[in-house]
Ligand binder design. Sequence first.
Ligand code: FES
Ligand SMILES: [Fe+2]
Length: 365
Amino acid sequence: MSTPFGLSDAAGLREALDAGATLPADWYSDPAILRLENERIFARSWQYAGGAHLVAEPGDYFASFAGHVPVLCVRDREGTLRAFVNVCRHRGHLVAEGAGNRKSLQCPYHAWTYDLDGTLRTAPRSEREPGFDADGFSLFPAAVDTWGPLVFVNPDPGAGPLAEALGPLPGLLAESGLDLERLHFRERTEWEIASNWKIAIENYLECYHCPVAHPGFSKVIDVDPDAYELRSEGLVSSQFGSLRAGAAGNGANGDIARAQYHLLWPNFTLNIDPGPGNMGVDVTRPLGPERSVGITDWFYYEDVPEETVREMMEFATQVGREDATLVESVQRGLASGMVPHGRLLTSSEHLIQHFQRLVHEALTG
Ligand code: FES
Ligand SMILES: [Fe+2]
């Protein structure tokens, strides 16, 4: 069954989205759509790469991904934070993996060696090659910037500033009472999910499913539609939830009174729960049309006891497990092609509508 709207009728699809229809079901399994998303979304958006603690000192580096693009963040000898496309200019091996500290960046395939500023310093046997000019083979630069303890990368070196993309986010976070400067990295969790990346993000963007699917969460956070607030501005979509009256737990007497859950377009989420200074950040990136991979980095104030950290992580992880089941089920449903598109309840799901308009704009604009 084919969808009545699609790439070939951008205006018709936009009208359908405005009326509450969802994106066509085949946009969640079609490899051609993912190729377009790679080119028009992931190759030109600011994306979370890793914690700033990994590149604190000259020579520090870490490898990461911005969507499908391997990236490398480096603190050079002069102390400047740089990012590169982590692809060797020789034959394409990834130049570095993991994280550490180095004086130069040597590709493990044939030992082309780059300076920390990305210039090619040596290529074995290149002196035997007439006309070989190392100057033409620097690593391709990417845009990089930090916000508090977080490093963001944009594969497009001509990208606008990160602060512009963050928009209202720093202000909203300040209102929560969270002090970014006091946060310390605690731990990383990595996960894989059998779904298109957009299904995972869309699931994140509504709490309509919370009373049904997250009983534990809903006992603590007031998910009533009149209490739970949804807001979008620019590239940021935000949800605010208060503790239920009398709810026990970490939130009762912490620094943070109200939960904040934010999406920064396209695939970065930032989550703070009621309680002592805490922040979990996730990035979800496509591994294929029907497979996604993600990381969660957990940050806490230094004085938050380990036991509290475990409890808070378990609270969030339980929600994540429940979400994974939902999201993988939606993937199976949409991939059947039998229901060409869904219908949003825009009072509770308008953040999804906003997200889908951004996808539509990126792919058809
Ligand atoms: S691919 Fe990197 S040195 Fe050959
Ligand atoms: Fe959920």
